[in-house]
Design a protein around this ligand. Structure first.
Ligand SMILES: *Cc1c(COP(=O)(O)O)cnc(C)c1O
Length: 235
């Protein structure tokens, strides 16, 4: 077994243990930014299907790579970066197997995505990105705007399938025993479920990365985004 396969096995095992204790199912998105296509293919071969990138150009390039197209026909791409409006058309028209944009962080972006998809008669999964740490430089809507943004998308953006909420969380919390960012996202989901009478399991929560995915699952995450723990440190 290669080192990457071994890493995947360890992380999946840990996810299985933790999600069982929480009685939820948790999806792993392998964040492959800066890593070569060969690494992606290696994990695909042993069953990983969800991969994530945070730069639009890099995602477009990898998704159209000849080897990816031929050897990874069922790959599912997630975009997890800040999406600039001038990249919307490219990401929606030139990324084969795009499964989800996790980082819808404004009504303007939702509208822009929706209009573009409408012209193509397509729908797309999205998550609403929440800035749970209240840091100026972080993308994402404020927690207290989550209901109104969800409302807007539900009533106006017919092409967007809003599956839930996403947060990056504060980097300051990464090594501490602090899950306050995760709790903010959990509370946003609770508000949403109460308002719309959804079951908690109907709304996904994307939270947790290499350093804190275990803590995130214990807090209620259903999607973890793990990069360096699978592929090794980035340079
Ligand atoms: C890079 C990145 C990750 C993965 O980070 P690691 O610490 O390498 O696991 C997760 N989410 C987002 C949005 C990222 O940009």
């Amino acid at each position: 077994m290669s080192a990457l396969e071994e890493n995947l096995k360890v992380v999946l095992q840990r996810i299985a243990e933790l999600s069982q204790s929480k009685q939820t199912s948790v999806r792993l998105i392998a964040i492959s930014k800066t890593k070569p296509v060969q690494d992606i293919i290696e994990l695909y071969r042993v069953g990983q299907r969800y991969f994530g990138e945070n730069y639009a150009d890099e995602l477009e390039k990898k998704a159209n790579d000849e080897l990816i197209l031929t050897q990874c026909p069922d790959i599912r791409w997630h975009f997890v970066g800040h999406l600039q409006s001038n990249k919307v058309n490219r990401i929606l028209t030139r990324v084969p197997n795009l499964d989800c944009i996790q980082t819808v962080d404004s009504i303007e972006l939702a509208n822009r995505l929706n209009n573009n998809l409408k012209q193509q008669s397509k729908t797309l999964n999205i998550l609403i990105q929440i800035n749970t740490s209240n840091e100026q430089q972080k993308s994402g809507i404020k927690p207290n705007e989550s209901l109104s943004v969800y409302d807007h998308i539900k009533s106006n953006c017919t092409q967007l399938v809003c599956q839930g909420l996403m947060t990056i969380g504060s980097l300051d919390n990464v090594n501490a025993d602090d899950d306050s960012d995760f709790q903010v996202l959990v509370q946003c989901r609770k508000d949403l479920c109460e308002k719309y009478n959804f079951a908690v399991n109907d709304i996904e929560l994307s939270m947790g990365m290499s350093n804190d995915y275990e803590r995130a699952i214990l807090a209620g995450s259903t999607i973890v985004r793990v990069g360096s723990l699978l592929f090794g440190a980035r340079h």
